[in-house]
Design a protein around this ligand. Structure first.
Ligand SMILES: [Cu+2]
Length: 432
């Protein structure tokens, strides 16, 4: 991480216009740190204020703050960013403080927060604090509750975090474009009592999607449903980090959906209960067991489970097209079609033509075909037993015995105990 000051000095850009900040009477704006890395950053343990157990943002980070006269001050800078979607593909997005999504904001129930928002986009913006109960004039709806933040200006939002829970922020200005470009971030408000709803590991991420043609870098902002990159925190498999968990830990995973479709998010090997939504905590008596939680559009869900089974457990969206990367939907099904002789004939015209799909599409998972610039294979990722044949909204929850309390390092692939992996039957088969 580098500070905004280092970044500004390094790039020779003009300093921020502190004179624009009048209501907060701030002599100086708080630092607006910039994140340059796309991997999951360690939890940011609070250095002042009420204690809490911090969250871990999947392929993201938490925004540092300062305390001034009893207010927690944060500084978000809305700006164009370059985000690696997975190794081999970079996108030109809009985000905050160097990344899309922006940094996670963490604070405590009862905190007075002052959030400075500097607009370095080419057009005006605002920020809406989704799910937070606050005064109407702080709600961030451009034209309705405030003037839009003009290009180059800094606005200040001030409110009290009245209740704990799971929230997000995003623009309420030219929404279709600004969210399609990646502007969003997570908010976690911890309970005043750190022992209330306490878990050992608390992961957060936003569900988002982009439509970026192979060979190009900027999302097509007019796409409504036919996206080709289904992301968690603007990353796709195999670019999404694993969720590393110690056996026996109580785990919470919090997700927000800012796409235009629902996502049934499924975990293997465990069952869980939804414990929190953007409307608040779910009473114990109102919880039920699930292995899939449907993520509605424009909503947040947090679920909890005890990680009692060691292993590498798949964790993914259950819409099968959402665990794929860039793919063509207009391709005919070739299963059962006799393509003998077709390739030879077509090769006379198109030397690289291959006949495929006759026996399904699994062969694509292991194939190393040359790709156009700046795109990703549709099905990819190598596991310990071969190609994983996934993309998009897929990662692995890696549960291991004996990890240190805050160890989030990738432990590598699970080593299965002897005789515990599915095996080939080599005896005689009974008559059917
Ligand atoms: Cu999905």
């Amino acid at each position: 991480m580098m500070t905004r000051r280092q970044f500004i000095v390094g790039s020779g850009a003009a300093v921020l216009g502190a004179a624009l900040v009048t209501r907060a009477q701030a002599a100086s704006l708080p630092e607006a740190p910039v994140q340059t890395k796309t991997m999951t950053q360690p939890p940011l343990v609070p250095s002042d204020g009420r204690p809490y157990r911090p969250v871990v943002t999947l392929n993201g980070w938490t925004l540092p703050w300062r305390v001034k006269d009893g207010w927690k001050e944060f500084h978000l800078v809305a700006e164009p960013v370059r985000r690696e979607i997975a190794p081999g593909m970079v996108a030109n997005l809009w985000g905050y403080n160097g990344q899309s999504p922006g940094p996670t904001i963490e604070c405590v129930e009862g905190d007075k927060v002052r959030i400075f928002v500097t607009n370095k986009l080419p057009e005006h913006t605002t920020i809406h604090w989704h799910g937070i109960l606050l005064p109407n004039g702080m709600d961030g709806v451009g034209g309705l509750t405030q003037p839009h933040i003009p290009v180059g200006k800094t606005y200040v939002y001030e409110f009290v975090m009245k209740h704990s829970g799971t929230f997000m922020y995003h623009p309420h200005a030219d929404e279709m474009v600004q969210m399609a470009m990646g502007m969003m971030g997570f908010i976690v408000v911890h309970p005043k009592d750190p022992n209330l709803y306490r878990v050992d590991r608390d992961f957060v991420f936003l569900i988002n999607a982009f439509d970026i043609d192979p060979g190009s870098y900027t999302p097509k902002v007019n796409t409504m449903l036919d996206f080709n990159l289904w992301c968690w925190n603007s990353r796709v498999f195999p670019g999404i980090d694993p969720l590393v968990v110690r056996k026996g830990d109580r785990v919470r995973i919090r997700m927000g959906n800012l796409t235009m479709t629902n996502h049934p998010i499924h975990i293997h090997g465990h069952n869980f209960s939804v414990t929190c939504t953007d409307g608040g905590w779910v009473k114990k008596s109102a919880r039920w067991p699930e292995t899939t939680v449907d993520m509605p559009i424009g909503a947040l869900r947090a679920f909890e489970f005890v990680a009692d089974a060691p292993g590498d457990w798949a964790f993914h969206c259950h819409k099968s097209h959402h665990v794929m990367n860039a793919m063509g939907h207009g391709v005919p099904t070739m299963i059962g079609v006799d393509q003998r002789g077709v390739a030879e004939k077509i090769n006379k015209l198109l030397p690289d033509y291959m006949a495929m799909g006759e026996r399904g599409m699994a062969e694509m998972g292991g194939m190393e075909m040359p790709l156009p610039d700046n795109t990703l294979p549709m099905m990819t990722g190598q596991g310990p037993f071969g190609p994983i044949e996934m993309g998009g909204m897929f990662t692995v929850v890696k549960i291991r015995e004996g990890l240190a309390r805050d160890d989030y390092k990738d432990p590598g692939w699970y080593k299965h105990p002897k005789d515990s992996v599915a095996y080939e039957w080599k005896g005689a088969l009974p008559a059917s």
